[in-house]
Every structure is written in C-alpha cells, then in structure tokens.
Design a protein. Sequence first.
Length: 248
Amino acid sequence: MKNEVRIQEVDKSLNNRRNFLKLSGLTVVSAGLLMAGCSDNDNDDPVVDNMLPGIRNGKFDLGAGDFGVLTYAYALEQLEADFYTKVVNASNFNATFNEIEKQVLTDLYHHEVVHRDFFKAALSGGLPDPSSQLLPTLAFNYGALNFNSRTDVLATAKALEDTGVAAYNGAGKLIKNPDYLLLAGKIVSVEARHASAIRSLINPNSKDFAGDDIVNMTTGLDDAKDPSKILAIAGGFITTQFTAKFLP
C-alpha cells in the first residue's frame, strides 16, 4: 500500500511538471514568433557584416555577430529536434516508456521542432541572401545509441539538454541585438525546464533536477560554455561538416 501511494505521488509530481513544461513551451514559442516579425538586425560593424554565415574555403561557416550566434543556435536546435523525432518514432516507443515519460518526451519533441523551425524562419527572413547564407539541413549519426532503450534515450536527452542550456548561457554575451538576447533568454528557460524534466524522469524525487553538477553552488547559476566547447561535444552527433571560425 505504501509503495502504491508513493508511485501515485511521483506520477502526480511529474505530471504537474509536465503540464508546466507544456505551458512554458507554448509561451516562449508565441513570444518568439512575434519577435521574428518585428526585429531588425541593424549592425554598423562592417567587419561583422563581412563575416555573415556562408561558404568559406569549401565549407559552410556559421559566421560572426548576431547572425552567427543565431545560426549556431539553429544548428543545435536541428540536433535536438532530430533526436526527439527519432525518439517518439522509435518502433517500441509506447512499450519502452510509461505514460508520463511518453507525454514529457512528446512535449519536448514538439518544443524542439518549433524552436528549429523558428530559427530557420528568422534567419531566412533576416539574412541578406538566405539562399547562400542559411545553414543547410544537417545530417546526424547517433552511433550505437538504441532508441528502444529507456536508459540510452534518457541519458542522451540529459546530455543534450544540459549542453543546450550551457550553450545559450555561453552565447548570450555575444548577442548585441536586445530582441535576440531576450529571445535567447526565453528559449534557455525552456531548455532548462527540459533538462529538469529529464533529470526527474531518470531519478524521481531527488535533487538531481538542479544538481550541483550543472548548477554552480557558489553563484547559483547554470553552466555557461563558449560555442567552441559546445560544438566539440555536439559535433559527435553531427555528420555534416561546417566550421565556426569566428565564434569563440
């Protein structure tokens, strides 16, 4: 009887967090789409203007400035959207995960697809020549990852979400346009909720949702990493070659 009550409490806690996760994702998406329609990337720096995303020495380079950071974010969102698409479409998805887990993973799938599509639309509308300056659709390889393994999927989701939070936190200092900075702040708050939800699925009713392995106990802040460090991690899944020579 005690075990049954505890399971019900865990399910209720995760379900409440899942509902909050769903609402937060819808809110940031609406705000982001509104901002895409009214933001201009006025940049008076000719050096940055000459380092827009595009082909350099035979390879696509992410570029510099705000468009470089947005393209960097677009690459990461492509990865997350692709991963969760494969998760929810895996042959044994319904058998591998319980109902709460399926709901959370499906919500994360929808969030990341919208994030990816938002960045594509924003860049397509903002770049001077999107036909040559928009990052192409990337290809991915997950190696031996078993998408029908709960352990493999949740461990990889945890790594991707923690990396995503650190990526947005580290890139914030590079953004000059206040509208884009606000958008990045909204999206990183959703990514942090993703990370928290995944950690709670792995170890319910624990402090892992904000563990001291990702939250600095001195500052009370999440990790922040430069693009070069993030791409060194995420690049293990990305098979499409590109460079980021103008990002730190």
